[in-house]
Ligand binder design. Structure first.
Ligand SMILES: O=P(O)(O)O[C@@H]1[C@@H](OP(=O)(O)O)[C@H](OP(=O)(O)O)[C@H](O)[C@H](OP(=O)(O)O)[C@H]1OP(=O)(O)O
Ligand SMILES: Nc1ncnc2c1ncn2[C@@H]1O[C@H](COP(=O)(O)OP(=O)(O)OP(=O)(O)O)[C@@H](O)[C@H]1O
Ligand SMILES: [Zn+2]
Length: 469
């Protein structure tokens, strides 16, 4: 089945499921037994190429650049890969899965697809895609393969209650504060305010969001059940591209296509979304009207019990030096003068950074590898699926007991989007980091100096949260 080339007529069996910046995901709606319960992840290509986001590659040439082949030389066969899907699959399998736990990762398998299949898919799903995603990128119809993976919004077939499954998706982002000695005095705020919080302010200013989220990744990663539940409630309140809920594979809460869904904020005690409300009533046997609270409690408990978030934090922390340290190792690897050191005027810091420049190539590679792996872990998502457990039926899945209703649920937790982050993006990562921090520091001091001197969009949303810093 997997080796057969998929043709235009096969496209009808695939429905739009979602997308991020780089890939589009389709859910299988046909009846072929080998494909039921699968999703297909197809690559997109940006309509406008930017220096940071992509390079044009000759067909048949290796996917990895020469520096990336050195960086990932220990990953079997990845250097020779001429297909992005295969390279991505090898990276998820050999780099991310051992770190995050094979039981939480499905690296998928690649399947051969024809150009006509991809063209038909693109045409069929066009109306389901958010328009800003359509404007930004289209299906890469020149790809000859795609990635077939388990659909994490379902439980595997052949089990009871197979048509009742709720799944949540969380993009947790970075869950710790950096403490690297390479962080400049001007950006030291990074050691006390999360990247997520600072980035929100820039996103608001740039019109990517309309509200500042109160979600604090430090709560989700805290290891405290109460703080985790608080994080889940904040995600529910303002989901942006960080929280979604699916019922039997269909989105019932949050924004489709990774959209920021600009104007959505939700009230836990007064749910207005009918599809979500109906789903909750089907699944949560709550006599009162506390369905949302009970559901969020269930999500928090399952994530807490699974330990998945602790695993993720460990991998994120492979970013030991922060981008302000790792960038120097990048310049060692490309054997070029360090543009960061050239512009530093703090003698002590310069001295510390020069210690990185005297490291060996192997040590520099280790720093950048750690940084890039951590970047994947800071950008991936987790999907947790639930179904009510049948009485007296044994189950291979984890279980979570919902105190407020006395129900027991099976759950399973998986990571998605474990793509390799590109070495050539290191200078971009540095620039974005500085931009986020600089904007936040300016917004903060403008607010301290008086609300009127701050940019109006930030002032409106931001004055409340400033006191927390
Ligand atoms: O840089 P960040 O933290 O904004 O993360 C980017 C994400 O933005 P977010 O802030 O989560 O909305 C961004 O997500 P959206 O497109 O905003 O949904 C991508 O995941 C991007 O990854 P890539 O370009 O596909 O490799 C992400 O870029 P990487 O930094 O992970 O490469
Ligand atoms: N295995 C899966 N099962 C069910 N749904 C999935 C699966 N993989 C992805 N999805 C859905 O498709 C969406 C897009 O997938 P994914 O995050 O892999 O895209 P991406 O382009 O790599 O994202 P990013 O913008 O972070 O780079 C996800 O947000 C999720 O809703
Ligand atoms: Zn340097």
């Amino acid at each position: 089945m997997a080796l057969r080339l998929w043709r235009a007529e096969d496209a009808e069996e695939w429905a739009y499921r979602g997308e991020g910046a780089a890939n589009l995901v389709l859910g299988y709606c046909g009846s072929s037994p080998g494909l039921v319960g699968k999703v297909l992840r197809v690559q997109k290509v940006r309509r406008k190429k930017s220096a940071a986001k992509g390079v044009v590659r000759e067909p048949g040439s290796p996917v990895l650049t020469s520096h990336e082949r050195i960086l990932w030389k220990d990953v079997d066969k990845i250097g020779e890969c001429t297909s992005k899907d295969i390279a991505g699959q090898l990276y998820a399998l050999h780099v991310m899965s051992p770190l995050l736990g094979a039981e939480h990762v499905d690296p998928g398998m690649h399947v051969a697809v024809s150009e006509e299949f991809l063209r038909s898919v693109e045409k069929n799903i066009l109306d389901n895609r958010p328009s800003w995603r359509v404007d930004a990128a289209r299906v890469n119809t020149l790809c000859d393969s795609a990635l077939l993976m388990s659909d994490h919004s379902f439980f595997p077939r052949g089990t009871l209650n197979e048509d009742l499954c709720v799944a949540i998706e969380i993009k947790p982002k970075c869950g710790f504060l950096p403490f690297s000695k390479f962080i400049k005095r001007e950006t030291i705020v990074k050691t006390r305010v999360t990247r997520f919080k600072m980035h929100q302010v820039l996103k608001l200013h740039e019109g990517q969001i309309s509200w500042l989220s109160e979600y604090d990744p430090l709560d989700l990663f805290s290891g405290s059940r109460d703080r985790m539940n608080q994080a889940i409630r904040a995600l529910f309140h303002c989901p942006q591209n960080n929280f979604r809920v699916f019922f039997n594979g269909s989105l019932v809460f949050g924004a489709l296509g990774g959209g920021m869904d600009k104007d959505v904020v939700n009230d836990i005690s007064h749910e207005k979304n009918e599809a979500f409300e109906n789903m909750l009533k089907t699944v949560i046997q709550e006599e009162h009207t506390q369905h949302v609270q009970s559901f969020l409690e269930l999500v928090g408990d399952a994530i807490f019990n699974s330990g998945i978030i602790d695993r993720l934090l460990e991998v994120q922390k492979l970013d030991i030096f922060d981008i302000e340290g790792a960038i120097h190792a990048y310049y060692n690897i490309i054997s070029q003068p360090c543009l960061i050191c050239q512009n530093l005027n703090d003698a002590d810091l310069l001295n510390r950074c020069s210690s990185i420049h005297s490291l060996s190539l192997e040590e520099s590679l280790k720093i950048v590898r750690g940084y890039l792996i951590a970047t994947t872990a800071k950008d991936c998502s987790i999907m947790v699926s639930f179904r009510p457990r049948q009485r007296n039926v044994t189950s291979d899945f984890g279980s979570v007991f919902l105190k407020s209703t006395g129900q027991t649920f099976d759950y399973k937790a998986y990571f998605i989007d474990l793509d390799m982050k590109h070495f050539r993006k290191m200078p971009y990562y540095y620039e974005l980091d500085q931009k986020i921090v600089e904007f936040y520091v300016n917004a903060e001091s403008a607010l301290v100096n008086g609300i009127n001197s701050a940019c109006p969009c930030v002032a409106q949303n931001y004055s409340l949260s400033l006191s927390e810093c």
